[in-house]
Ligand binder design. Structure first.
Ligand code: GLU
Length: 416
């Protein structure tokens, strides 16, 4: 039987398993299985050639029991409502596992930002905010960047929101540039949080990270900072990295400054001096100590899981591993740092950004990093303790911690 790769079906199946272990009340389970609200938009955008193109877009507010919905907006040609639903569900579990007072949401636009001019992207970003503006806000739902979006796009969206409402309101969106009220340390935060979890996992496993080997899939914001920090902070030897066009390998390790330089000049990691080109599957299947998927969902599946040789998989992407692959990794004894724990550093610093915006006073990068480290370390150990106590995988343990916290709040509110 072929594996169901619909991300929302996967997110629901994971929740179902957690609900079974927790013996969750069936009504609570039914409520947590579905998004609370979702919005579908058609956004007309004047293109540079004078024609108007209509883009499909979504915002899903999966659950806001613990606080305003929170989560990024993706610009991606393969975006679907089910992808956004899954990502919004994972945001709900992510904000709960790192214990920030926020719910979970996600947005998406079906578009290919690579084929759009800056002017077209600006008009699309402003159009998205016009469509969603009455449903978002500091006390309702706070978007942020994700795959295909960046601080510039957040700036246009913030500006549009403030123009519509006639007042400054920087906390309506996070991942902004510093001069618009962004937080120090937000851009590297997802990768930085992931490094904290790798450090803690290595301690548990008695693994020496100095000189340990690492492969990273994806070279966007998260993957490129993961390369930099794995190299500089953890002393890992990053032997392979990739982007959507291909992967590169160097036995002696890839220098993040050299690869970033190549990326800046050519838009690709391919062609980096002293590296050889390999395929994406060679990267994933390489005998490394640590594999970091930092791209998109469904990369480690029933089709390739038995060939994965890493000791630790640190999931900086959302949803990179399917349930079938999870089963195989369990048998192989690979230690998984599950996505909504491993990549919770981004939303943690987004929360810090909202806090700083609300009192208009800004922290230093060092203060942000100390608080981030504390949040991630605490979350990691809460999950580890749950895994030990209940004898479950780290992914299930993360679900148990998160679902318990969300369910308690839902119950306290009297919704179920
Ligand atoms: N898009 C990021 C994530 O998936 C960050 C979300 C946020 O900061 O709200 O975690």
């Amino acid at each position: 039987m072929t594996e169901n790769l619909n991300p929302f079906a996967i997110a629901q199946a994971q929740l179902d398993q957690a609900a079974g272990i927790l013996q969750l009340d069936p009504h609570m389970h039914a409520f947590l299985r579905e998004p609370m609200r979702e919005f579908h938009f058609s956004i007309p955008v004047r293109m540079d050639d004078g024609n108007v193109q209509t883009f499909k877009a979504f915002r899903v507010q999966y659950n806001d029991a613990r606080g305003p919905a929170k989560g990024g907006i993706r610009f991606h040609p393969d975006e679907t409502i089910d992808t956004v639903r899954a990502l919004a569900a994972w945001m709900t579990w992510k904000t709960a596992v790192c214990d920030v007072p926020l719910g979970g949401g996600k947005g998406g636009v079906v578009c290919n930002p690579r084929n759009m001019s800056p002017g077209e992207l600006e008009r699309l970003s402003r159009g998205y905010m016009r469509a969603v503006s009455r449903f978002v806000g500091l006390k309702r739902d706070v978007p942020a960047p994700d795959v295909g979006t960046n601080p510039q796009i957040m700036s246009w969206m913030l500006d549009e929101y403030e123009v519509i409402n006639g007042e400054h309101d920087p906390g309506v969106i996070t991942g902004k540039p510093l001069m618009l009220g962004g937080s120090a340390g937000r851009t590297p935060a997802t990768a930085m949080g992931g490094m904290v979890t790798i450090r803690e996992a290595a301690k548990l496993l008695g693994m020496d990270l100095k000189g340990a080997t690492c492969a990273i899939q994806g070279y966007g914001n998260v993957g490129s900072f993961a390369h930099r920090l794995a190299h500089d902070l953890l002393g890992l030897k990053v032997v392979a990295v990739s982007d959507e066009f291909g992967a590169i390998y160097s036995k002696n390790g890839l220098d993040p400054t050299v690869v970033s330089g190549q990326m800046r000049r050519t838009g690709k990691v391919g062609g980096t001096p002293d590296s050889e080109e390999i395929s994406n599957s060679q990267l994933l299947e390489m005998p490394v100590d640590i594999l970091i998927p930092a791209a998109i969902e469904n990369q480690l599946t029933g089709a390739n899981a038995d060939r994965i040789q890493a000791r630790i998989i640190a999931e900086l992407a959302n949803g990179p591993t399917t349930p079938e692959a999870d089963q195989i990794f369990l048998q192989k004894g690979i230690y998984i740092i599950p996505d909504f724990l491993c990549n919770a550093g981004g939303v943690s610093v987004s929360y810090f950004e909202m806090v700083q915006n609300s009192y208009g006073y800004y922290w230093t990068e060092q203060e942000v990093q100390e608080r981030l480290d504390q949040k991630m370390t605490t979350a990691f150990h809460a999950v580890h303790k749950m895994a030990e106590e209940r004898g479950v995988t780290t992914r299930m343990a993360a679900y148990l911690v998160a679902v318990n916290r969300v369910a308690e709040t839902v119950r306290a509110r009297g919704w179920v």
